[in-house]
Design a protein around this ligand. Structure first.
Ligand code: PGA
Length: 246
């Protein structure tokens, strides 16, 4: 049985005051029967690390540079994330792909940079509504994952994959458990062809996961938890989703 992971993706939300309230709500409702993490904006990593230090909750970032250091204004290296105790970093989120023109190879390079410093990349893949309607879901997610598998080589088994259909992110429109499971099964098959660790790997679902739909989604054979956006900003919702995972 794979242990589930529920990771909050705070996106560009938060403040000193609301973060403290949210984190104490999450800590106070533990322990959890699944792995729990929050991926916070860079400026809040420090306070998050201090607040969560003695808890079972892990933390991470939402992006990283593929470079170790250098003249890359505005970028943050994985080495810096390590200094703040990050366990995870999200790479290839559809909002990065869409608003920052990140392509498959850049996403793969970021995942490799993360693993090279012992930080687990949560690699996001997912199709747009137009791609789904054109019957391209399978080819899109396979192409996105294949770039990462190829670049990580024998380390591919160490990443976490997140399937996030773009049309379900922040829209309130969730993939049905069957739709999500079908794509997760495809991704698992692709991973099996690439690494002997495939059956131990976590494939998260993301896209409008809420307390009322989390348990059916997490009940699917190949869904190993969730990457949670909007509902990760309210302690009671996030806690309920963590409880649905175990
Ligand atoms: P959502 O976002 O839960 O608000 O749909 C998920 C994500 O973008 O990771």
């Amino acid at each position: 049985m794979r242990r589930k992971l529920v990771a909050g993706n705070w996106k560009m939300h938060g403040s000193h005051t609301t973060n403290a309230e949210l984190l104490s709500g999450i800590i106070g409702s533990g322990p959890y029967g699944c792995d729990v993490a929050v991926c916070v904006p860079f400026p809040y990593l420090s306070e998050t690390a201090v607040t969560l230090a003695r808890s079972q909750i892990r933390w991470g970032a939402q992006d990283c540079s593929k470079h170790e250091q250098g003249a890359y204004t505005g970028e943050v290296s994985v080495g810096m994330l390590v200094e703040f105790g990050c366990r995870y970093v999200i790479v290839g989120h559809s909002e990065r792909r869409q608003f920052h023109a990140e392509g498959d190879q850049l996403v793969a390079d970021k995942a490799k940079a993360a693993l090279s410093r012992g930080v687990t990349p949560i690699v996001c893949v997912g199709e747009t509504l137009a791609q789904r309607e054109a019957g391209e879901t399978e080819s899109v997610v396979k192409r996105q994952l294949s770039a990462v598998i190829h670049t990580l080589g024998h380390c591919a088994g160490e990443m976490v994959v997140a399937y996030e259909p773009v049309w379900a992110i922040g829209t309130g429109r969730t993939a049905t458990p069957e739709q999500a499971q079908a794509v997760h099964a495809l991704l698992r098959a692709q991973l099996r062809a690439a690494t002997p660790q495939a059956d131990a790997m976590k494939i998260l679902y993301g896209g409008s996961v809420k307390p009322d739909n989390a348990s059916t989604l997490f009940g699917q054979a190949d869904i190993d938890g969730g990457l949670i956006g909007g509902a990760s900003l309210k302690a009671s919702d996030f806690v309920a989703i963590c409880r649905a995972a175990g």
